[in-house]
Structure formats: C-alpha cells, structure tokens
Design a protein around this ligand. Sequence first.
Ligand SMILES: Cc1ncc(COP(=O)(O)O)c(C=O)c1O
Length: 437
Amino acid sequence: MISSQTISSSSLKPGHHDSPVPSGASDREALFAMLAERYGTPFYVYDADVIDRQVSTLRAVLPETVSSKILYSFKSNPNPVVAGRMNEGGCRADLTSVGEIEAARVAGFDLREALYGGPGKSVNELAVALSVGIRQFSIESPSDLAALREAAEAQEVTVKGLIRINPHQIPRAKLAMSGVASQFGFEEDVLRESGKEILSHAGEQVEIVGVHIYWGTQIGDAEALASCFELTVQIAEELSELLDFPLKILNLGGGFPWPYSSAGEGPDLSPLRDKLAELVTSSGKAREAEWWFESGRFLSAASGTLVSRVMDLKVSKEEKEFLILDTGIHHLGGMAGLGRIPKFSIDLEIPASRQDNEEMTVDVVGQLCTPLDCIGRRIKMPRVEAGDLVAIPNTGAYGPTASVLGFLSRPAPTEILHRGGTVLAASRLRGGHDLLD
Ligand SMILES: Cc1ncc(COP(=O)(O)O)c(C=O)c1O
C-alpha cells in the first residue's frame, strides 16, 4: 500500500461528500481533492508527463538500425486526449474498430499510417477504414482477406496487408493469444502447407507486404519479450521466403508489461535494447523491413489513477467488513471476470490522516447489485471512513472501456488529463440508449 503524505485530519470531513483541498496535503492528495470537488467522484486522472515518459522509455529500447515504429493500441485506452499524447510522442495508431478510428481522428493521428486489425472484420467497417485513408491492414483469415479485397476493389485503392500468424509455439505471456487455439491469425502450419494458394486470392489491390505476430499481453520481462521477437523474425523470414512475399513490414506485436491496479513499476526493459539490436544484426531479410511494435498497457497504464469515494463500511456476518466505494467492476477490471485481464488485486492510496489508524481487513466492493462487484479481497489497510477519497494506481490501461460500463446504468467515471496539476481536458463516456425508431 502506498500512502499520500501529510494531510491534517480535520481537513477531510468523514461523511461529507465534498473535498476541500486540504492545507498541507501532498500535491497528489490535494490534486485529487480539488478534482473531486470540481468533477465529483469517481474519476480517472491521467498524468500527461507520465504518458510522455512511458513513450520515451519504450522508444529507447527499440532498434535504431532499422526503421522502428511504435503503434499505440487504442484498445487499452481510447480516450482521445490520452491517445493524443501518444500521437505527440510520435506513435502511430493500432486500431480495431470504427469507434477507435473516430477516437484516433479526434486525437490527431495521421490515419494513413495507422494499422487496422482484428478478427471477423466486415466489408462495411473496412470501407469506413479505407474512406478515412487507412491503408495498412492485418489479415487474419481467408475470409478476412476476401473482405479486404472486396472493400479495396470497391474503392479502387491499393492496400498493404500484413499476414497475422498464429505460430505453433507457445509463448511466455500471461494471456497468450498466439501459439494456442484462438480466433486470431492464420495457423502457421496451414500457411506452410497451403499459404501460396491462400495468398493467391489477394488480387491486385491487396499487396501482401509483411507479417504480424502478437504473442500475448503482460509478457514477463525483457528476456521473454526478446525470445518472442526472435521467433517472430524467424517465422516471418521463413514464410516470406516460402510464400514469396516481400518483408517490408514486420509487426512484432508487443506485450510490454506493466502492473494493473497495483502499485509499482513494470520490469526493467533496458536489457531489451541490446537484445533487439543483436536480433537486427543476426536477421536476414527482416533487416530491410520496418519493425513495428504495438503497445497499449505499457504506454497508458502508469499514467492513470482511479479516484473514488468511500461510501460505507459494512460489517457483515462473522465480523467480515466490506469497504463500499462509488466505483467497481463497471469502471475497473470488469474483463477480469471474463479472463481477459489477469485476476487482479488493488492497492489503495488513502488519506495520510488515516495512516496511523488501526488496521482493518476488508473486501473492497462497489455499488452494483452483485457479489461479483468486488475489486479487492481481504485487503489489510488502516481504517478509513465514509467520505474519504481513496485512489487505485496504475489504472490508465484497460479501465473504463474494459469494464462492464453499462451494467446497472450508473454513469461512466469522469476522465481527466492533467499536467503538473493543471487540467488539460475532462470528459465522460456517454451511457444510455440511442432510440432508433
Ligand atoms: C493484436 C494486439 N495488439 C496489441 C495489444 C495491446 O496489448 P498490451 O496492452 O498488452 O500492450 C493487444 C491486446 O490484446 C492485441 O490483441
């Protein structure tokens, strides 16, 4: 658990639902109190400086002897002002839906440089992607190829296709999306056997120019990442040779790790720098390709903090206590229940004025009418009180849009981007139903 620094115990009034900026509070705690007063709770607050730092940290390990590009994966956080920072930092857009295209447009990305991927793409969404200028597509299956061809021919444009491959090896990722049975990508073995025939259906307007392999998310450390990338290069070179397509773009995916909703930092990625440099040196035709790296959580997670209000403390049977917040699985970690996000445990920052309180053990729950709405089990912490603000760090990735936002029709949390305490933008995802007839 991390604590905020000094705050006078009289300055946060238990039970009151306004948050005067406490004199003597740490900058962080004072910022949260100020934002709570201005926007209400709960809210996600993103620190622009931290986003910028993460982009430079990742860029610093990528190889310099090839043209390396970072693609920001909108799925981790499509908030346009957050994504806008990635754009300012020189990232390109990794997009998978028309909604993400719109977010990228608002964020100012050059859509001609974006990659559009994902399984089961419709001709209609591909048509939208083409109409806004997207020209790079990850292709996941024979019918995906057919849909892309149809959309490209209809608009009389030529596009670049990356063959997404599901290799037969199993990676060292927490949530593997390759090397296991999945809906993603062409099976490597199938490509080796009948890839020429499959790719012969690309037609004139889909130019196959490279390979995309995304091994999974939260890959353990620099060494594990390097071994995934090594395999990617090997598979890409072999298949480009075998199936006779050029290797102009090598999308090595990512999986760069960062903690989720708990305090601390990801592993040191700096050893990856030399490993990637060596990989470039030892590679064959891949050396001529652009090397693309996709990242969501590493770029956005650290910047975000979810700030919430303690609504109640309930003592139940056998003295079991529940800390009830005005946030829960509709704002954070809803996808953990679906297995998409690893089971997580939260760390809570609490007011410094509570640091010396007696310890309690609580399940941290929200306001939803389901026992599933629990974001922390058996958390030991100093006693806090109704009205206190608490904060969950490292929640800039897979927050609101990876949660069960619509469940119980509570509003989405406010999302605020700040730099050095100055608010740059605030927004809230819309809820409710659009009536169609
Ligand atoms: C194809 C692809 N690229 C990139 C990402 C982003 O992963 P991460 O947020 O772990 O960087 C994902 C996440 O599922 C993905 O499926």
